[in-house]
Design a protein around this ligand. Structure first.
Ligand code: SAH
Length: 240
């Protein structure tokens, strides 16, 4: 007999944005493997005797290598444990959940995937930004700002809202790539740090003026006309 792994998305930050299904799975878990970005408030649903294993970069340690996490998941499931693998946002959006799923399936282990609200939707929403607002965006593109292979010029022409994960360190490079590709510097843009948490901070500006000095992340960058609808931007206008 084998155990089971629940591959769970914990949502974008605020523990109340986790799903009921995630909370139920956590209550059944013997072992919980939890990522850095997951708010510890989510563990309120865990059994008090569950073992909680931190597998992230917190405390200045090196990130737990992905293969080691996969080995742990397999190992605990083989010990007939109910395992909860708790990841930030949605497990399959820039989260390497796909690799974990494949590794478990390859070993014949039962997996249930429980989706979560990804930061790219939940965080802009916390600011009142509807990422696909009709008339302002033809769609939305989720893209990583980390790494060098993105075709920013194609994205600049796409007419979709750009939601950029892991882009804080490359903010200037991304903004200038989009401008060189012909995107207007007047295009509304924002950076939101620690979205949906009490520590949330944001800068609502334009592509030409956007800066995130002092932000240390995690942060989402949103570029597109829909950013006009940000509640904060509207309040600032009213006040002016
Ligand atoms: N699987 C996650 C994303 C993991 S990649 C999801 O679906 O949301 C990590 C990136 O997500 C961060 O670099 C940041 O860009 C974004 N992110 C996660 N939580 C965030 C938050 N509370 N506020 C702003 N950005 C966040």
């Amino acid at each position: 007999m084998l155990g089971k792994v629940h591959l769970i998305g914990a949502g974008p930050g605020d523990p109340e944005l986790m799903t009921l299904k995630a909370a139920r799975a956590l209550r059944t878990a013997d072992v919980i493997l939890i990522d850095d970005l997951v708010n510890r408030g989510c563990l309120a649903h865990a059994r008090s005797d569950a073992s909680v294993i931190e597998v992230g970069k917190r405390g200045g340690c090196k990130a737990t290598p992905q293969e080691f996490i996969e080995k742990l998941l397999v190992q605990y499931a083989r010990q007939e444990r109910i395992v909860a693998r708790l990841k930030g946002g949605d497990p399959f959006v820039f989260g390497r959940g796909g690799e974990e799923l494949q590794a478990l399936i390859a070993q014949g282990i039962e997996v249930e995937v429980i989706p979560g609200i990804t930061a790219g939707i939940g965080v802009p929403a916390a600011l009142g930004i509807p990422v696909t607002h009709r008339g302002l965006a033809r769609g939305v593109t989720f893209v990583s700002g980390h790494g060098g292979e993105t075709d920013w010029s194609a994205l600049a022409r796409s007419g979709t809202t750009l939601v950029i994960y892991m882009g804080l360190g490359n903010l200037e490079r991304i903004a200038s790539a989009l401008k060189s590709a012909g995107m207007s510097p007047q295009t509304p843009a924002c950076v939101i740090e620690n979205g949906t948490l009490r520590s949330q901070r944001q800068v609502v500006a334009t592509l030409g003026t956007l800066s995130a000095a002092g932000f240390e992340g995690p942060a989402i960058i949103v570029v597109g006309e829909v950013v006009r609808l940000a509640r904060i931007a509207l309040q600032e206008k009213k006040a002016a």
